[in-house]
Design a protein around this ligand. Structure first.
Ligand code: LHQ
Length: 267
């Protein structure tokens, strides 16, 4: 990564903002977009850039070439100065997953090909996933004597249920895009050639909604996993109070009564 912190220039990914959508493309196609230390640093910087940029209202995360992401770059792990695994997770992977979940803007995962290991975890951490018909998910950790990480053990049972999660995590079988749709892991499967357009359409719809309400919705959906019903009801009431005090709520009401599309300002 070069450039200053506020305006970084990326070397392992592409980061483009257009029409209020930030598209982040993992860009090491020869290695199936496997994650190196520079790529992890840049990915975290990209989510930081989104967090600071109020113009951005939705994110698309995808991969260049035939893979979404093959997880940790295993060649890098063989280098003599490779950090211990727990350190690598705590210092590089976990901050990326946390940044994705803390981001106000929703993330659309455009899963263009295989998502393996921590690459699958990156896909799981997106808010909505659309997949190309040839895409697949594989918890490849077990094949190299490791345990699922980067949030895989947290996301997967919540996304597909505990029984399927155990099967996928323990056996490490590849899950096709069609099966992923059947289990609710992806919202939609489309032909590969229309994936980018589909992801952009979903992101554009999100970008047209009230950003503060979306941010609150994202947080509420996250919080619900760790609280009981009464706490969830209370949390919803709090967040509705926040959303209800925004100019965008007033605009939404006016637009409804005037029978026109709303124009949300993000305030
Ligand atoms: C790769 C990789 C790769 C480097 C394909 N690295 N080059 C976190 C903390 C710290 C460390 C440990 O790990 C973690 C979390 C993890 O992510 S652990 C899981 C790491 N990922 C994997 O174990 C997946 C490894 N890859 C595969 O199993 C296959 O490549 C998949 C199933 C993804 C795709 O298979 P194919 O379509 O048959 O492609 P391929 O195997 O022929 O790969 C194409 C090229 O990509 C090849 O390079 P080459 O120079 O021979 O053309 C691979 O070496 C390279 N590549 N994954 N993770």
């Amino acid at each position: 990564m070069t450039g200053d912190r506020a305006n970084p220039t990326y070397t392992t990914l592409r980061y483009e903002v257009a029409d209020a959508i930030a598209t982040t493309t993992l860009d090491r196609p020869d290695a199936l977009n496997a994650l190196t230390i520079p790529m992890k640093t840049e990915l975290l910087a990209a989510f930081g850039a989104v967090a600071r940029d109020r113009v951005v209202r939705a994110v698309v995360l995808t991969g260049a070439g035939r893979a979404f992401c093959a997880g940790q770059d295993l060649k890098e792990r063989l280098e003599p100065d490779a950090p211990p695994l727990a350190v690598e997770l705590r210092e590089r992977y976990n901050p990326i997953i946390t940044a994705m979940r803390r981001l106000d803007q929703p993330i659309v995962g455009a899963i263009n090909g295989v998502a393996a290991g921590a690459g699958a975890s990156l896909a799981f951490a997106c808010d909505i996933r659309v997949a190309a018909d040839g895409a697949s998910f594989v918890l490849a950790f077990g094949r190299i004597g490791l345990v699922p990480d980067s949030g895989a053990t947290w996301f997967l049972p919540r996304l597909v249920g505990p029984a399927k999660a155990a099967e996928l995590a323990l056996l490490g079988d590849s899950l096709s895009a069609a099966d992923a749709e059947r289990f609710g892991l992806v919202a939609r499967v489309v032909p590969a050639e229309t994936l980018a357009e589909t992801a952009r359409e979903v992101a554009a719809r999100l970008a047209g909604l009230a950003p503060l309400a979306l941010a609150q919705t994202k947080r509420a959906l996250q919080r619900t996993w760790s609280v009981d019903l009464e706490a969830a009801l209370d949390d919803e009431a709090y967040r509705q109070g926040v959303a209800g005090a925004t100019a965008d709520h007033a605009e939404g009401l006016r637009a409804f009564l005037e029978k026109r599309p709303p124009r949300f300002s993000g305030e």
